[in-house]
Each structure stands twice: as structure tokens, then as C-alpha cells.
Design a protein around this ligand. Structure first.
Ligand code: AMP
Length: 431
């Protein structure tokens, strides 16, 4: 018989173990607090969509659709895809629920898992979590600055250090086609010196050349025409105002003429936030992206809705956690346990189960080790939890209908009626 292989989670997808849940919780809480403050409402879209939503939205020639999407045919014959990113699903929901008739703009945020068929490595997985913010129905540059500010503030509230914001404008339907043509002509004249991927990009997604990391393409990149010099007046004015707002709110940024973010739907402003991280075991630092986004004024129309300007972005939760760990950012555990319930014997255990529920109803936090029989082991646990009082229910007390309340600070003990225990403890905790 062949040796049975051990079952494991799928490649690039991992369990979020209890020890990491505190990071997820903290990031969620901070994102939620900031979302509430800025008036964003939470949305959850399905983790699968019709494949068409991403083909049309993200773009059929983009890497995440062409190479990285998990698609499948259902028993009924529909072709669905695990969502590789959040924005097209939200745009689909905006159209489907007629949100254009709600008071504009629509400000939404989300927090959930996403899927990309990538080559797994540190900070890059096949299932990962993102939190995202989107504003739909607002064309003004103030929104661009506000979303960048929100992302920056979330990371700051998480105490992340060494962040930088990079910005670019990639134009709109007026100036982008002209720039694309200019770049295509430039690259065609140097085609033989380009890497094989960029040779393909000339035909399929020419702007992607600008963020090619291949050594070979770097000198060609430096000489390439820059989009910022070819923006139409409207895009130029929009971008200038975004920069003025960022100056005003004191968000430090750098212009990066090579930032394009590869997805089809971006127009005008695009941004990325990164921080530096030491390469494992190498001591050398490199920058790693934590999040990014941009304006997508044409996406909703492309998906069948009305012409609706919008701006949004997303950050990777595992990446943020990776940085928090490397930067040794501690998370205080806020759960405080006030009381411990110790029991000896079956009758006492039964009575303790009931008592525990009475404490829950009274909203008093309680620790217990009902699985342990030894009083010593239970008292050790109570010490570890740092509780103020331990309630001890032995065989005698269980029969008498009483319980011992032990003050853990001074070791003083008193016996009270079992039915009065919760009330007594409540009073004692107030002192
Ligand atoms: P993107 O939609 O590619 O701009 O991704 C936004 C953010 O999500 C990135 O900055 C990363 O922090 C995170 N992210 C993207 N892809 C992955 C992945 N495969 N694994 C983990 N995090 C990812």
C-alpha cells in the first residue's frame, strides 16, 4: 500500500492560528474606528464573482486576471472566479443595488480574504486578507488625498515606522491613449533590448513596462517619455490639487513616474504605501508594498453602470502583520479576568457550571479550568491570570450551598451563600 500523505492546507494558504488572531483583531478594530470616523459603511461582497466581473473590470490582459485567477465552472455551467481583488466586486454591487440613486458619494470599506495563484514566498500568498476603502460618486481630488490619509493613519495608529507614500498620475481617456502610443513607439524602436515579458507588454499592456524590475529594461526606462509631462490640463490640475492637499495634511510623499499599478481601470492618481523590511538573514533592507490604489473613473461604466467617478485602495493584512512583527510592535491584550472559579468534586463542578453562566449574565469576566481536578493546579492558573478573587467550591461547600471567596491580594477568605456569590463579588470588585 502506498504511504498515506499527510493532509495539509493548500499551497500558499494557511491557517490563522490563535496566536495571530490578536493582530487581525487589532488591525480590524483600527480600520473600523477610522472608517466610522470618516463615515465609511462596511460592505461584504461574495468571495466569488462571475469571472466576467474581473475580466472586464480588472482587465483581461493584467497579470492578476491572466495568470493568477482561480476560475472554475459550477455544476450549472456558470464560470466563477475567486476574487483576486475587491474593487470590481464593489463596483458590481454599486450598479446592482442602484447606489447611484443614494446620496453621493458612497463611502464603503471591507475586510476579507482574496485569492491569487501566485508563487508563494514571504509576504505573498495564494489566500491573503485585504482591507480596503472605496469612495464612489465623487470626482474631486480631495477624496484622493483623504483615502491616502486614511491608509497612512491606519498604519500610524498601528505604530508602523518608516512608511513612505509614492504617487503618480497616469492620466485619463483624453491623455492616456496618447501617452500609450508615445511609449509604444519609443519601445518598438528598442524592442530587441527589452526583456521577453516587456516585448509582450508592448502589445498587451504597455504601461506595465514602467514597473518592470528586469535589469535589462532599466536604462530604457530612464530614457522613456514620462506620463507626468504628457497629462492633459484636467489631469494636471487634478494631480496638482491632490499634492496640495497632501502637503496641507502633512502626509510625506514622493513622486514616482514609474508607478502604474498595472490594472486596466486606473485613471489619474495612483498611489502605493510601503515600508522597509530587512531581508531574512541578509541584514540588507528592502522596501515592500503594504497597500495601494487609485482613481477609477471609468470602471463602473465599463461594468454596465453610469459614468461614475471613484477612488479606492487596499492594504494587505498579512503584510501589515509581517511588518508589525519585524518592527516588534506589541499588542496589549485587553482581556482582563477578574474572577477565577475553582472546584473540587463532581457536585461542585456541576454547581460551578451554573455559577459561570450567572457571572456571564452579570458581565463579570471569569476564568476556570474545569478540566483540572487538583486545587493546586487551579490556583496556579488563577495566579497566572492575575484575578482579584478566586471562588472555591469544594465538596463541603457544594453540599452546604456556599462558596469561599478568596481575596488574592491578601489571602483573606470568606464564606457566602452560593446564590449571593455574584452579587457579593460585584460589590467587592467596586472597592
Ligand atoms: P494590490 O491589489 O496588488 O495592489 O495589493 C494590495 C496589497 O495587498 C499589497 O500591497 C499587499 O500588501 C497585499 N497583497 C497583494 N497580493 C498579495 C499576496 N499574494 N499575498 C499577500 N498579500 C498580498
Amino acid at each position: 500500500m502506498p504511504k498515506k500523505q499527510k493532509l495539509q492546507s493548500p499551497v500558499g494558504m494557511s491557517d490563522i492560528l490563535p496566536e495571530d488572531q490578536k493582530y487581525f483583531k487589532k488591525i480590524y478594530e483600527i480600520a473600523e474606528r477610522i472608517a466610522d470616523f470618516y463615515g465609511f459603511l462596511k460592505i461584504d461582497t461574495p468571495i466569488v464573482e462571475d469571472e466576467e466581473v474581473f475580466d472586464k473590470g480588472t482587465g483581461i490582459s493584467t497579470d492578476i486576471v491572466r495568470k493568477e485567477m482561480f476560475s472554475f465552472r459550477t455544476k450549472g455551467g456558470d464560470v466563477l472566479a475567486l476574487r483576486p481583488e475587491g474593487t470590481p466586486g464593489i463596483a458590481r454591487a454599486y450598479i446592482e443595488h442602484g447606489m447611484h440613486s443614494w446620496p453621493q458619494p458612497i463611502k464603503l470599506w471591507y475586510f476579507g480574504p482574496f485569492f491569487r495563484y501566485e508563487h508563494p514566498q514571504a509576504g505573498r500568498y495564494r489566500q491573503f486578507w485585504q482591507l480596503g476603502f472605496e469612495v464612489l460618486g465623487e470626482a474631486g481630488p480631495v477624496i484622493d488625498a483623504q483615502i491616502i490619509q486614511i491608509f497612512y493613519n491606519i498604519l500610524k495608529d498601528l505604530k508602523l515606522k518608516d512608511m513612505s507614500v509614492e504617487l503618480n498620475s497616469i492620466g485619463d481617456n483624453q491623455c492616456k491613449p496618447y501617452y500609450r502610443k508615445l511609449l509604444t513607439n519609443y519601445l518598438k524602436s528598442r524592442e530587441s533590448s527589452l526583456c521577453p515579458e516587456c516585448r509582450k507588454r508592448i502589445k498587451e499592456n504597455v504601461l506595465r513596462f514602467l514597473d518592470c524590475k528586469e535589469e535589462k529594461c532599466q536604462p530604457i526606462k530612464t530614457e522613456a517619455p514620462q506620463i507626468l509631462e504628457h497629462l492633459c490640463d484636467e489631469c494636471k490640475a487634478h494631480f496638482k490639487t491632490v499634492l496640495e492637499f497632501l502637503d496641507e495634511i502633512e502626509i510625506p510623499y514622493q513622486l514616482n513616474p514609474y508607478l502604474v499599478r498595472g490594472l486596466d481601470y486606473y485613471t489619474k492618481t495612483v498611489f502605493e504605501i510601503s515600508s522597509s523590511i530587512e531581508k531574512e538573514g541578509e541584514g540588507e533592507k528592502k522596501r515592500m508594498e503594504l497597500g495601494g490604489g487609485g482613481r477609477y473613473d471609468k470602471l463602473i461604466k465599463t461594468l454596465g453602470g453610469r459614468d461614475t467617478p471613484a477612488f479606492g485602495g487596499a492594504m494587505g493584512v498579512e503584510r501589515i502583520i509581517m511588518f508589525m512583527k519585524r518592527q516588534e510592535i506589541e499588542i496589549e491584550e485587553t482581556k482582563e479576568v477578574s474572577v477565577f472559579l475553582a472546584q473540587i468534586g463532581d457536585l461542585a463542578k456541576r454547581k460551578c457550571l451554573k455559577l459561570l453562566d450567572q457571572f456571564r449574565k452579570a458581565k463579570i469576566s471569569v476564568g476556570e479550568s474545569f478540566g483540572k481536578d487538583s486545587l493546586k493546579a487551579q490556583m496556579n492558573r488563577a495566579d497566572k491570570l492575575g484575578v482579584r478573587f478566586t471562588l472555591i467550591l469544594g465538596q463541603k461547600e457544594a453540599l452546604d450551598g456556599t462558596v469561599i471567596i478568596r481575596d488574592m491580594k491578601n489571602g483573606k477568605q470568606e464564606i457566602v451563600k452560593l446564590e449571593k456569590a455574584v452579587q457579593e463579588v460585584r460589590e467587592m470588585l467596586k472597592k
